[in-house]
Design a protein around this ligand. Structure first.
Ligand SMILES: [Zn+2]
Length: 267
């Protein structure tokens, strides 16, 4: 959607052909817009007056003269410099090779165990089996698969294959129509990235999602089980302001999880 323009009272048309009046618009006669067109939206809306185009603002004031690509690269670089620490309440594994952009692969001899204290052994076993399945399937297809697992029974409720290395978003329809369930959201990472801001936002924008798990295909597993605080129902930048992605993730982990951990199953 970058750089799209429209008249004040006319909608923007998304790449999939839905009409929205502003970024993440889910009102104003666009109730048929699917969740995947709205969730994780990072767009900014700028006004322009006809006849005053000249060399006026071309981007958010925070970006200065940066192009969108420069801004994106700066974000990525800063993310890598940020280190989590114990004071954030984060239990960090000794995983040194994170967020370098390297592709990682499933290995059947690796350990895909997930053990979450608040779940029964049966549920933890189910989560572990699903983690291995996601890593294997995700390696084969070179995409992110996701699964929703019932945290009371361990039942796999839903699976979805992503597109173009993006996690799918049709699962929101399942979650929104099964609000009685408590769900663990599992997905694989094709590259060596840790849990991301959009990953955490899945938990922070739904009462039903009780745990978010990011499984690197090579068995480095990030687990974030939620604590008892009510769901803020907000995107991270709305909660914490303009920070790097890694800082936003660390703050969300500190405030909304009961201890995040990373498991390195390659040993
Ligand atoms: Zn992820």
């Amino acid at each position: 959607m970058h750089g799209r323009r429209t008249e004040v009272d006319e909608p923007f048309v998304t790449p999939e052909g839905f009409h929205i009046m502003w970024p993440a618009d889910c009102t104003s006669g666009s109730s048929d817009v699917p969740q995947k067109e709205i969730r994780n939206c990072r767009c900014t809306l700028l006004s322009r007056v006809k006849g005053f185009e000249g060399d006026t603002v071309t981007s958010s004031p925070d970006m200065g003269d940066m192009t969108f690509e420069e801004w994106q690269n700066a974000k990525t670089t800063r993310n890598q410099e940020f280190t989590f620490n114990q004071n954030d309440g984060i239990i960090r594994g000794n995983v040194s090779d994170q967020n370098t952009g390297r592709m990682v692969s499933y290995n059947p001899s690796y350990d895909y165990t997930i053990a979450v204290e608040k779940y029964s052994d049966e549920v933890s076993r189910a989560l572990s089996m699903e983690a291995a399945w996601l890593a294997e399937q995700g390696t084969k297809d070179k995409v992110e698969w996701l699964s929703l697992v019932d945290t009371q029974t361990g039942e796999v409720l839903y699976r979805e294959k992503g597109e173009d290395l993006q996690t799918g978003a049709n699962f929101w329809d399942y979650i929104l129509s099964h609000s009685e369930k408590k769900i663990a959201f599992l997905h694989n990472h094709v590259f060596d990235g840790a849990i991301s801001a959009p990953d955490m936002e899945i938990m922070l924008t739904s009462d039903s999602v009780d745990c978010v798990v990011a499984i690197r295909n090579d068995a480095v597993i990030c687990v974030a089980p939620r604590n008892d605080r009510p769901t803020p129902n907000k995107m991270l930048f709305m909660l914490y302001g303009d920070k790097t992605e890694a800082e936003l993730v660390a703050l969300a982990i500190r405030d909304y999880t009961r201890g995040y951990y990373e498991h390195d199953g390659r040993r």
